[in-house]
Write a protein of this length. Structure first.
Length: 302
């Protein structure tokens, strides 16, 4: 087996064609260099150097051929190490991120990607808009996305082998038409919401939210919430609320602008939800870690 060290010895000798000078350049004795070259020739079963003239050595035909094939190995090894270090630091690679509509209300993904690429220009980023919950989970399950970012409870059901990381805790708010009687009440009680028309996402898109709301209303109002419209996403919900078509449930952030026709009120019952990042369990990919850290740095402070 030829070692990298032996190849390096051979290359230096092939370039200076003098045992004493090559040995000095390598920092070894002339005898050691001569021994290592002989070991190489024995392993290769070819003579690399013509030593017939004790004052001047020359590469044999086999030696010249071998030199052409191995001369780039040290540089290739250095490059391989540098590229491996970049990968280990998450400075190169690719990342596909499935993003739900609600996540855009808290994260400026344009800025996140811009800062990622400024810091890690060799990363290839792909953002996948996923309005439907099942789509983003399917993307994770089938490997089309490395990370999914969405709002939900920490016990959300992900595909087997996946886990969630909490990016931001969200408080549930009610978006109320400004002309509604509810807008005049600063501290709402749950009883104030009985028989009010709500705008909610469909059950198949937000099963945990709809189930939690049903439980709250059954416990405090002995009835289910009245759903007049089913809408996906913050923008759509706000448009319907602004049109006076009902009250919407939102995970709102104070930095999000509201239409003039809408006011926010705190939901009277605590319902914790979070902005979550879903990915494979024990995912220690440095690219994923760098991306999520950049996301956290770009979530506005409360």
């Amino acid at each position: 087996m030829i070692t990298i060290k032996q190849i390096q010895n051979f290359l230096v000798l092939a370039e200076v064609l003098h045992f004493a000078r090559a040995a000095a350049q390598l920092g070894i004795s002339q005898a050691t260099l001569s021994c290592e070259i002989k070991k190489m020739e024995k392993n290769l079963d070819v003579q690399l150097f013509d030593r017939s003239d004790k004052w001047e050595i020359r590469l044999t035909c086999a030696g010249r051929t071998y030199y052409e094939y191995v001369k780039n190995i040290p540089a290739d090894i250095f490059t391989a190490r540098q590229e491996a270090l970049k990968s280990a630091r998450g400075e190169r690679g690719s990342l596909a991120v499935a993003v739900s509509n609600v996540a855009y209300a808290y994260i400026d993904f344009g800025k996140v990607c811009q800062r990622m690429l400024l810091r890690y220009p060799e990363i290839k980023l792909k953002i996948l808009d996923m309005p439907h919950g099942r789509d983003r989970f399917d993307c994770l399950k089938h490997g089309k996305a490395d990370v999914a970012i969405f709002a939900g409870s920490s016990n959300v059901q992900l595909p087997e082998g996946f886990a969630v990381k909490n990016l931001l805790t969200l408080d549930m708010a009610l978006a109320i038409p400004r002309k509604s009687r509810l807008a005049k009440i600063s501290q709402l009680q749950i009883k104030d919401l009985k028989n009010i028309h709500f705008i909610l996402p469909p059950p198949e898109e937000a099963p945990n939210l709809r189930r939690a709301l049903d439980e709250v209303f059954m416990e405090h109002c002995q009835s289910l919430p009245v759903v007049s419209q089913e809408v996906i996403g913050i923008r759509g919900t706000l448009q319907f609320v602004a049109a006076g078509m009902g009250v919407g449930f939102l995970f709102m952030h104070k930095h999000n602008p509201l239409p003039d026709e809408v006011v926010l009120r705190k939901f009277p019952v605590k319902m914790e939800r979070s902005l979550l990042a879903g990915c494979r369990e024990n995912n220690n990919s440095p690219v994923v870690c760098n991306f999520l850290e950049t996301v956290r740095q770009n979530i506005p402070a409360n």
